[in-house]
Design a binder for this molecule. Structure first.
Ligand code: AMP
Length: 213
């Protein structure tokens, strides 16, 4: 099964992907997480990607598609949640082709719909575990261990691109590039819309219902 999670930054894709992979037999492909690992490891991809990510811009399609192709190749036979991919119509069309070439398809596209005003607060208050990727919020979901992760004790960080100036560019990129991608999936009949403003446990139930799991 191949499930796509699409939504603006802070709409809850990462939280829901983690929940689904913990409770069901999915692997998560977060292009954002893979890029951040590449930056940490100072690979060639990381060096190229960081200049775009620091400014809140999208990393060029060619780089992202290589990354996704190698993930698909090394996880064949697994059910995948594509978290934050595709973000352009070009990425969407290429993913379809990649999956078709191995006899698979896109089974569902879940769009996390949310008012942009809510996103600013979610992102500026978001703290992410540098070790396991668990997501917290300083007000709505603080860690009981302060600036350490509840789950693994790792350090909680305020992502460079979760600051107000970069957030506005990320939201702009979403409108320009990802909104047409959502329209593309609406036209292909694959789109399921969930209300990303609801509590995470309610969103989780809606997702499970739409996937019949
Ligand atoms: P995320 O962790 O999903 O919020 O992504 C962080 C940043 O990584 C984005 O602002 C982009 O610069 C880059 N990125 C992640 N996924 C993609 C993608 N599918 N296409 C282009 N850039 C991406």
């Amino acid at each position: 099964m191949n499930i796509l999670f699409i939504g603006a930054p802070g709409s809850g894709k990462g939280t829901q992907s983690r929940e689904l992979t913990e409770k069901f037999n999915f692997v998560q492909l977060s292009t954002g997480d893979l890029l951040r690992s590449a930056i940490k490891e100072k690979t060639e991809l990381g060096l190229k990607a960081s200049s775009y990510m620091d400014k809140g811009q999208l990393v060029p399609d060619a780089l992202i598609l290589d990354l996704v192709q190698s993930f698909i190749t090394s996880h064949s036979g697994k059910s995948v949640i594509f978290d934050g991919f595709p973000r352009t119509v070009e990425q969407a069309k290429s993913l379809r082709k990649m999956l078709e070439s191995i006899g698979q398809k896109i089974d569902s596209v879940i769009y996390f719909k949310i008012n942009p005003q809510i996103l600013i607060d979610r992102l500026t208050g978001r703290r992410t575990c540098a070790n396991c990727g668990e997501i917290f919020h300083v007000h709505t979901k603080p860690s009981t261990k302060g600036d350490k992760c509840d789950k693994c004790g790792g350090e909680l960080v305020h992502r460079k691109d979760d600051h107000a100036d970069v957030i506005s560019e990320r939201l702009k990129q979403f409108e320009t590039n990802t909104s047409p991608t959502i329209d593309y999936f609406r036209e292909t009949g694959d789109l399921v819309v969930v209300n990303g403003e609801l509590q995470p446990d309610i969103v989780f139930k809606e997702i499970k219902k739409s996937l019949n799991i």
